[in-house]
Design a protein around this ligand. Structure first.
Ligand code: NAP
Length: 256
């Protein structure tokens, strides 16, 4: 049955950075599909508002943890707290991420280290913490948010592109580690989605330039990430592993 293929009743998901943007829309579809969901970010007011918006504050459906994932010592604490809510994590969506544009000859070590820690190192650490129980249960879904800037580049995006390309390597190798345990590992590479992240970095002219590079001629709406993540999280996507799904309005179709 169509509904059963996408049904997540009895599953528990952790969506990092689930307070807004793409993370919030991914948390919403996972709740709609029947999963219990834990979201986290650094801003408690936004987390609380997201829980209210997604499920009218129903704590049997969605709860939050305040956590700064740029600090590696917080990662194991988050994993433990997240498992504490509903007893397990079956679906891990490593979505929290940030950007810090600097051309190569201006990259500051502290910015490189901070973005790499948040966008790559702590994704590995959170996955490492949650994988043993998935292996034991012989069911798991790991979904990392990469970017079209992990598949190609852009001026001034050396730190971000390096972190997002690193996620792809982590995806391939981890899929092979975990395949024998029925745990799938995939990345999603979004193109331009109009969330706070690009809004904080791009002026109106630059925003127009981004939409012009898509085949569809527009920015993605954050809720257009929902279908792809549900596919990868559910039994409908049970034979998809070790790959990167571009959700980019056709950006990567263009070579010139
Ligand atoms: P967003 O609207 O800025 O949301 C980012 C989320 O991550 C927020 O919940 C944010 O909450 C959280 N976050 C940021 N730093 C954090 C930290 N140190 N600790 C814990 N949580 C943190 O961004 P988005 O556009 O939805 O991006 C989501 C993911 O998609 C990112 O990995 C991004 O690189 C990727 N992506 C986005 C686009 C796009 O066009 N939007 C394109 C390609 C890839 P707080 O800041 O309150 O902590």
């Amino acid at each position: 049955m169509l509904k059963e293929r996408f049904d997540l009743t009895g599953k528990v998901a952790l969506v990092t950075g689930g307070s807004k943007g793409l993370g919030k829309e991914m948390a919403r579809i996972l709740v709609e599909a029947g999963a219990q969901v834990v979201i986290c970010s650094r801003n408690e007011d936004e987390l609380s508002a997201a829980v209210e918006d997604i499920a009218s504050g129903d704590s049997n459906k969605i709860v939050y943890e305040v956590c700064d994932l740029s600090q590696r010592e917080n990662v194991d604490l988050l994993a433990k707290a997240a498992v504490g809510h509903f007893g397990k994590i079956d679906i891990l969506v490593n979505n929290a991420g940030s950007n810090c544009p600097q051309p190569i000859d201006e990259i500051k070590d502290e910015d490189w280290d901070r973005i790499m820690e948040l966008n790559l190192g702590n994704i590995m650490r959170l996955t490492r913490a949650l994988v043993p129980a998935m292996k034991e249960r012989r069911w798991g879904r790991i979904i990392h948010l990469s970017s079209v800037l992990g598949l190609g580049g852009k001026e001034g995006r050396g730190i971000y592109s390096s972190s997002k390309a690193g996620i792809l390597g982590l995806t391939y190798a981890t899929a092979l580690d975990l395949g024998p345990y029925n745990v799938t590992v995939n990345s999603i590479a979004p193109g331009p989605f109009l969330t706070d992240l690009p809004k904080s970095l791009l002026n109106a002219e630059q925003q127009q330039g981004f939409s012009d590079r898509t085949a569809l001629g527009r920015w993605g709406n954050p809720d257009e990430i929902a279908g792809p993540v549900l596919l990868l999280a559910s039994d409908a996507g049970s034979y998809i592993t070790g790959t990167c799904l571009t959700v980019d309005g056709g950006v990567m179709a263009r070579v010139l």
